[in-house]
Design a protein around this ligand. Structure first.
Ligand SMILES: C[S@@+](CC[C@H](N)C(=O)[O-])C[C@H]1O[C@@H](n2cnc3c(N)ncnc32)[C@H](O)[C@@H]1O
Length: 255
């Protein structure tokens, strides 16, 4: 059943290093067998080793098209409640919640607009985007605990105090500063007092830097300070923060 799930991120993120590995491996072998200068063999060998290990990092450490897991067990430890997923995309973050917290229901919200198409290929209509998300929820067998909402996370179509918790993975970091501020204020508004907010953003941690340099940076200025500052400014208390492969997560609470 799970084999039908397809998150649809571009495969170059996972496999970009393989062509480099093929070329560098071939040149290393040629250089070795034809007795080219040792320094040249060493350069090709280092390049081959780097591309191989960078591939392993992306394929098995980051594994963007594979199932994700919650970065902290302190999120919704009671395992129940109504949860909002901001920028749900094709469902990877929604599944993190529904599968590890079986008593929850999730509203998967996405704009299904230009940013969705940029991440998940081609030009997708809103209906096509919704269908991709729904197909993954069905394939995982959790569609009955989810509902899909097409809306802008900067202006949420819900009354105050509607949710027990909010998750947002790799979505808020695609907004400009004003969008981030508005989204955090909106999140504070629709979250119940004591409700938790788990934000995950792309972090250029040492592993990402090793594999891609700064190519996939989403935000240059000190994200480990920027995000907690923004979250506190919107009225939340930060409970926990940490790094996972390619990810900075912050767990916050509405006082
Ligand atoms: C990188 S994807 C993340 C998808 C998913 N959360 C995951 O973990 O795979 C970012 C998503 O944010 C959505 N998004 C961007 N701006 C948005 C906005 N203003 N309102 C709602 N969704 C938005 C995009 O459509 C896209 O699906």
């Amino acid at each position: 059943m799970h084999s039908h799930i397809s998150f649809g991120y571009p495969s170059f993120i996972t496999y970009a290093h393989l062509p480099i590995l093929a070329v560098a491996g071939l040149l290393t072998a040629l250089s070795w067998t034809r007795k080219w200068p040792r320094w040249l063999t060493a350069i090709f060998g280092v390049l081959a080793l780097w591309s191989f290990t960078a591939f392993l990092v992306m394929r098995f450490g980051v594994n963007i098209n594979g199932r994700g897991s919650l970065p902290t067990q302190a999120f919704l430890p009671q395992g129940t409640g109504r949860v909002l997923d901001l920028g749900a995309g094709t469902g990877r973050s929604t599944l993190m919640v529904l599968e590890s917290r079986p008593g929850t229901k999730v509203v998967s919200l996405d704009l299904f607009g230009e940013s969705f198409s940029q991440h998940f290929g081609g030009t997708k209509t809103q209906d096509e985007g919704k269908a991709m998300l729904l197909a993954n929820l069905r394939a995982a067998g959790v569609a009955d605990r989810a509902s899909i909402e097409a809306a802008d996370m900067r202006s949420l179509p819900f009354p105050d105090n509607s949710f027990d918790a909010i998750i947002s993975a790799y979505a808020v970091d695609h907004l400009n500063r004003d969008g981030i501020r508005r989204t955090l204020l909106e999140s504070h508004r629709v979250l119940k007092p004591q409700g938790q907010f788990l934000i995950m953003v792309i972090a250029n941690d040492p592993w990402m830097r090793y594999a891609f340099g700064s190519l996939l940076d989403h935000m240059t200025n000190n994200p480990q300070r920027f995000w907690p500052d923004q979250i506190r400014a919107a009225g939340f208390e930060v409970q926990e923060q940490g790094l996972r492969p390619a990810t900075l997560y912050i767990l916050a609470r509405r006082p």
